[in-house]
Design a protein around this ligand. Structure first.
Ligand code: NAG
Ligand code: NAG
Length: 389
């Protein structure tokens, strides 16, 4: 018995950490998608990483959409076309799965029945620059760019259906940042591609980009979204119930579109999201002398007046949030941490140091919500201002 315990401890200390830390998954390049014109910005086929489910998770699927901002102009998209976020020619052949995509219960907890570690887990590469919403038939020979994000979403999911997802019993669409926004925008579409009796839900991480003005009072993010939607022909792929009631590019904002999403949705975000503070509130061109640099990196380095500006942003964020229609199937995990973190990072998703609201980590809150284990799913950090976590 003692020898067994020692062996187990040794394993936990050395062997297991290496094994647990490294789940390496190979890329699948979906060559056949080019027949449907479902291609990255440069015309190369889309790609994903799939790690098969096992044991009780064999009929369950979690699809994670990668993030990485958007491109809203030809030169901007051309720049991406030479990188992994615009071309499968530049994607890595293998990747590491962690956080919500991890394949062991130690990092991806089994709480009562099952959680996600033994599900089929898929990371979908982002290479369209429109949060998987674009669809423009013509290709301008001047630049050879393809705007086909919505086609990629459809082609990848059709392929996964043929690999077993058509018989799914449980399914989650998730994603971070631009992928978190893509999760919201494509949530009902995802549901429609799964069996009627499957339990289908969506988990959007760091994708609640609010429509707020910059420190100079200009509407930069609204302009950016308008340009993205126009360039990529996204309007027809946004939820029609939203676009029929307002200017389509406004439906790119979660605060406007979420009330029209019918599938249960869980939103994980910081009220002081670091990307939004860096880009929506204080874009670099409005800070030519870099007086915001230290504050952007660390809240404790902000001046008193900068802290007030950030505090007001948080108030705007919560106001946008509270303006949503009440909905009992919706779950929230809204932190006060000044971050823009990903649930595919174990330290954020579930660890001793991950954000906690009333003693619950994100993994526990999402699991409880997905499996209806408890009745309450709307967690808002009671800490009253932005902080470094
Ligand atoms: C992943 O690719 C490597 C190198 O091409 C190969 O040796 C390995 O068997 C592949 N793994 C799986 C699970 O297909
Ligand atoms: C925000 O900007 C700061 C300062 O440049 C940088 O350290 C930080 O990584 C940025 N965060 C995000 C999420 O863009």
């Amino acid at each position: 018995m003692a020898t067994f315990m020692l062996a187990l401890l040794a394993c936990l200390a050395v062997l297991c950490t290496t094994v647990l830390g490294d789940r390496i998954v190979n890329i699948t390049i979906l060559e056949s998608a080019t027949d449907q014109g479902a291609v990255c910005l440069d015309g190369s086929p889309p790609a994903y990483y799939l790690d098969r489910g096992f044991d009780t998770g064999i009929s369950n699927w979690i699809i994670f959409l990668q993030g990485g901002g958007w491109c809203d102009s030809i030169p901007d998209c051309q720049g991406r076309a030479t990188m992994d976020i615009g071309s499968s020619k530049h994607m890595t052949k293998q990747t590491h799965f962690a956080g919500i995509l991890h394949n062991t219960p130690q990092e991806n907890p089994v709480l009562e029945l099952v959680d996600f570690y033994n599900w089929n887990r898929v990371w979908v590469n982002y290479c369209d620059g429109s949060s998987f919403t674009g669809d423009v038939e013509q290709v301008d020979p001047e630049n050879n760019l393809f705007f086909r994000g919505a086609r990629i979403f459809k082609a990848v999911l059709e392929d996964l259906r043929s690999k077993g997802m058509q018989y799914a019993k449980n399914a989650i669409l998730s994603g971070t940042s631009a992928g978190g926004l893509a999760t919201i925008l494509n949530c009902d579409k995802f549901k429609s591609l799964l069996p009627n009796d499957a339990i289908v839900k969506c988990v959007a991480n760091a994708g609640f980009f609010i429509n707020v003005k910059t420190i100079s009072g200009t509407s930069n993010i609204q302009t950016t979204y308008h340009r993205v939607v126009t360039l990529h022909g996204s309007a027809k792929n946004l939820p029609p119930s939203c676009t029929s009631t307002m200017e389509p590019s406004l439906c790119f904002f979660p605060q406007h579109v979420v009330p029209y999403v019918e599938t249960p949705l869980f939103i994980i975000n910081s009220a002081y999201d670091a990307w939004q503070i860096n880009n929506t509130l204080v874009p670099a061109n409005l800070d030519p002398r870099h007086v915001w640099e230290h504050c952007k990196a660390q809240i404790s380095s902000c001046t008193f007046s900068q802290r007030i500006v950030i505090q007001v942003f948080g108030v705007e964020f919560l106001r946008a949030f509270e303006g949503l229609n009440p909905c009992y199937t919706r779950g929230y995990f809204i932190t006060s941490c000044h971050t823009h973190e990903q649930i595919v990072v174990t330290n954020y998703w579930f660890s001793a140091t991950s954000p906690n609201i009333l003693n619950k980590a994100i993994a526990e809150a999402v699991g409880d919500w997905y499996f209806d284990r408890v009745g309450f799913h709307q967690h808002i950090d009671p800490y009253p201002s932005a902080r470094d976590c």
